[in-house]
Design a protein around this ligand. Structure first.
Ligand code: SAM
Ligand code: DTB
Ligand code: SF4
Length: 347
């Protein structure tokens, strides 16, 4: 799968998409979705906070910032056994990728070493891995790639002009620099943002243009709905119209046809009907598991029931020999790994 750029998107063109009649927009998004992805298949990623709280950054939405008085306790980095147990539970429930998040501004070399140990342990279960550790320095993305990491998550979150109103401890360019390092190291990138921070539609369109015009554009695009957390500056405010959230999913699908668009934070308070509209609009990935980082997510069983009602299934993946956890297949043969197939059959 390549996400090489074949069209540059102007902000005006993206706004034209946003302005389409809702049904026309969804039709267009679903059409593009079907040309590029398996129909009714959803990629399942489980998430674990491996280092919670005490972050020196001041992201206005985040319960893990040390600048705000939230209920989140600061914890140490989890050990390998704890992480492995969580990853096994996620795999047994059908998750195919395991994402690990750390509340760091930027990891030290020693912290990268510790995360490498976690990545290797999770890989040994036959799962794909993703980590989000904050900004990376030169050489760190290469070290993670060498260790077998598949994806690095680093969100741009919103448009550059609105970013300054949400975060003062780093710049938009700092984020872009890390994304460039991630891509140059050959890691797949997972880059998305938050909708409902108080941004305008034009700022949402500008944010989408930032993602869609990267070359290649990200392999994975998480679209989070703001989860309002007591104690953060964004704890209260006017909620965004839910159809505007669905429109944002559709616009991401149209502008980045091959990416996995992930319906991310915010599902706990979203109706099943709105989630179904998001899948119709081209979302084909979710965070799957009872917990995001510090806030809740629908229970495994709730999602299994929703999938059954909507006739959705977990994405089935073909693993090459390199990726196959059993490592029993002949070299250079492309085949479907039995273990991977069994994992995908869980749902
Ligand atoms: N510290 C790292 C960083 O900022 O990249 C990794 C963890 S950070 C929690 C990952 C992402 O979670 C943020 O970029 C943001 O998009 C999302 N996030 C954090 N708090 C959120 C909230 N209250 N609602 C929705 N998304 C949130
Ligand atoms: C992403 O885009 N969303 C996830 C993941 N990447 C790391 C995080 C959502 C966090 C929601 C608030 C919380 O649980 O702390
Ligand atoms: Fe820290 Fe990431 Fe939260 Fe910002 S979003 S405060 S960088 S954990």
């Amino acid at each position: 799968m390549t996400t090489a750029l074949n069209k540059k998107w102007s902000i005006e063109e993206i706004l034209v998409l946003y302005d389409l009649p809702f049904m026309d927009l969804l039709w267009k998004a679903q059409h593009i979705h079907r040309e590029n992805h398996e129909v009714n298949a959803i990629q399942l990623s489980s998430l674990l906070s491996i280092k919670t709280g005490g972050c020196p950054e001041d992201c206005s939405y985040c319960p893990q910032s040390s600048k705000y008085n939230t209920n989140v306790e600061t914890e140490r980095l989890l050990d390998v056994e704890t992480v492995l147990a969580a990853a096994k539970a996620a795999r047994n429930n059908g998750a195919q990728r395991f994402c690990m998040g750390a509340a760091w501004r930027s990891p030290t070399e020693k912290q990268v070493d510790q995360v490498i140990e976690l990545v290797q342990a999770v890989k040994s279960l036959g799962m794909e891995t993703c980590v989000t550790l904050g900004m990376l320095k030169d050489g760190q993305a290469e070290r993670l790639k060498e260790a077998g990491l598949d994806y690095y998550n680093h969100n741009l979150d919103t448009s550059e002009d609105f970013y300054k109103e949400i975060i003062s401890t780093r710049t938009y360019q700092d984020r872009i620099d890390t994304l460039d390092r991630v891509q140059q190291a050959g890691l797949k990138s997972c880059v998305g943002g938050i909708v409902g921070l108080g941004e305008s539609r034009e700022q949402r369109a500008t944010f989408i243009s930032q993602l869609a015009n990267r070359n290649p554009y990200p392999e994975s695009v998480p679209i989070n709905q703001l989860v309002r957390v007591e104690g953060t500056p964004l704890a209260s405010g006017e909620d965004l119209d839910e159809f505007e959230f669905v429109r944002t999913i559709a616009v991401a699908r149209i502008t980045m046809p091959k990416t996995a668009v992930r319906l991310s934070a915010g599902r706990s308070t979203m109706s099943d009907a709105t989630q179904a509209l998001c899948f119709m609009a081209g979302a084909n990935s979710i965070f799957y598991g009872d917990q995001l980082l510090t806030t809740g997510n629908p229970q495994f069983v709730a999602d299994q029931q929703l999938f059954a009602r909507l006739n959705l299934h977990a994405e089935k993946r073909s693993y090459t020999v390199e990726d196959c956890p059993s490592k029993k297949l002949a070299e250079n043969t492309v085949n479907t790994c039995g273990r991977a197939r069994a994992m995908a059959e869980v749902l």
